[in-house]
Design a protein around this ligand. Structure first.
Ligand SMILES: Cc1cc2nc3c(=O)[nH]c(=O)nc-3n(C[C@H](O)[C@H](O)[C@H](O)COP(=O)(O)O)c2cc1C
Length: 191
């Protein structure tokens, strides 16, 4: 079996795509071989030993592309080490608080229960009102959420280093020293 990792994403305005790029770069720095692509470009999961999916959140749901990717691949994903991140809330409070603990849209609960991902993480998002369609601008303004870039790159990197370490454990491979010193430093600092 190959030791490749797939990072795939569904993004409307590019905020989630950029997080996926950061995650792919971080995994590569951790000595992993990574393919990065939009969910629509994924033909098969067979070449991959582990998969990470990222999706933006719109009006309380994951993007359609991510939802159909999950439904289409649910059996394979349930047998593959798999992680999900979403990019959503804007604002200074932590994303879990901003979403009152919400992680999975109602219509995806049974699929997610079947797939049983190793982790689902919610990261802050990025809204640039000037880039939105008129409809999205109107909807977003009604939410009263703030405009701006609230993505926290360090948190994203830490999440990825933890995943890299788990993938190396699964593959029985070793990462470079950078990864282990970083993970050690993070766990040391968080206690
Ligand atoms: C019309 C609209 C609706 C949104 N709805 C939600 C939402 O329900 N929950 C949430 O956390 N973020 C919501 N957001 C914020 C986006 O999820 C955030 O901007 C995300 O980073 C966008 O990612 P993308 O550029 O990859 O599409 C919304 C943004 C817009 C413009």
């Amino acid at each position: 079996m190959s030791n490749k990792v797939l990072v795939c994403y569904s993004s409307k305005y590019g905020a989630t795509a950029k997080i996926a790029v950061k995650i792919a770069e971080t995994l590569r720095k951790s000595s992993l071989t990574v393919d990065l692509m939009r969910v629509e470009e994924v033909n098969s999961l067979l070449p991959y030993r582990a998969v990470i999916l990222g999706t933006a959140v719109y009006m309380g749901s994951w993007r359609k592309g991510a939802v159909s990717f999950l439904k289409r691949n649910k059996m394979n994903l349930s047998e593959t080490p798999f992680w999900i991140f979403s990019s959503g809330p804007t604002g200074d409070r932590n994303p879990s608080e901003l979403l009152n603990g919400w992680k999975v849209p109602k219509n995806m609960k049974s699929v997610i229960k079947l797939i049983h991902p190793k982790d689902i993480s919610v990261f802050h998002g990025f809204v640039d009102l000037s880039k939105l369609t008129l409809f999205h601008r109107l909807v977003f303004k009604r939410t009263k959420a703030p405009e701006g870039d609230f993505r926290e790159w360090e948190m994203i990197q830490e999440w990825t280093y933890r995943i890299a370490s788990q993938i190396h454990d699964i593959m029985g491979t070793k990462s470079n020293g950078l990864l282990f010193s970083k993970v050690f430093a993070n766990s040391y600092l968080s206690h």
